[in-house]
Design a protein around this ligand. Structure first.
Ligand SMILES: Cc1ncc(C[n+]2csc(CCOP(=O)(O)OP(=O)(O)O)c2C)c(N)n1
Ligand SMILES: [Mg+2]
Length: 257
């Protein structure tokens, strides 16, 4: 998709791909041919600029057709650059105005409980969003309402628009903060599939009546070494001749099955 458009938030997408893989192919319940199925687990993309990453997951999951990938970011496409619920099957919310996803997740989780549903709400948020007051208001509400059906997933890539999050407005010690707000907390290497599988299992199975959060330390541009080492990664610039090299690096790193 990035190569088609010549741009895109591919640093974020590569960093969070493992988290999405475990979410969609291990942790979540859904029907690919019925994205509005009432009993589905909801996946909320608070960080609308990560849409390119979620489209890839939705294509792999069979919710979106693969040939639509070529239309990414073009006029009339169902795959706009920032995630929008009105356009895309499987896109539960219109995120992108940052800081709102967790609050929406609290509302949905509360609603599902009132309907006696056992569906879960997964909300993917970013380290940059930990600098938004509304995120912590939502965190407070989730614990107050004992929302054990809400799973927050933080993509902690330690990057935001102006530089490393820990230097811009640090949320550390981040696990302690979630715990103080009453959440069941885990912090894992977000590019380690086995660690993610364990964390998602533990989050789903934890018996306490508490919301749960998985803070995932991820690496921007993961899997493409010549991009991983670039200094400015919020919006990584990829030269026209570099797209093929990036795809080759990803193919070379593919695990043997
Ligand atoms: C409320 C709000 N403020 C500012 C922005 C502009 N903005 C878009 S992405 C971004 C960076 C946010 O941090 P994070 O999501 O951690 O960035 P990344 O990891 O993608 O670099 C900002 C400030 C926005 N979309 N919404
Ligand atoms: Mg970030």
């Amino acid at each position: 998709m990035g190569a088609v458009q010549g741009q895109g938030y591919i640093g974020q997408a590569l960093g969070v791909a493992d988290v999405l893989a475990v979410s969609y192919f291990h942790a979540m319940r859904y029907e690919a041919n019925d994205p509005r199925w009432e009993d589905r687990d909801r996946f909320l993309l608070s960080i609308g600029h990560y849409a390119i990453a979620l489209y890839a997951a939705l294509i792999e999951a069979g919710i979106l057709p693969e040939d639509e990938l070529e239309t990414y970011g073009t006029d009339g496409s169902r795959l706009p650059m920032s995630g929008m619920a009105a356009y895309t099957p499987g896109m539960e919310i219109t995120g992108g105005s940052l800081g709102h996803g967790l609050g929406i997740g609290v509302g949905m989780a509360l609603g599902l409980k009132r309907k006696a549903s056992d569906a879960r709400v997964f909300t993917l948020l970013s380290d940059g969003e930990l600098g938004e007051g509304a995120t912590w208001e939502a965190a407070l509400s989730a614990a107050h309402h004992r929302l054990d059906n809400l799973i927050g997933v933080v993509d902690f890539n330690n990057q935001q628009a102006d530089g490393p999050s820990t230097e811009m407005l640090s949320a550390e010690p981040v696990a302690d903060k979630w715990a103080a707000f009453g959440w069941h907390v885990q912090r894992v290497d977000g590019n380690d599939i086995a660690a993610l599988v364990n964390a998602f299992d533990a989050a789903r199975q934890h018996p306490g009546e508490r919301p749960r959060v998985i803070v995932c330390d991820t690496r921007m541009c993961k899997g493409v070494p010549f991009l991983e080492t670039r200094e400015v990664t919020h919006f990584v610039r990829v030269a026209p001749e570099e797209w093929d090299k990036a795809l080759e690096a990803l193919d070379a790193g593919r695990p043997q099955s």
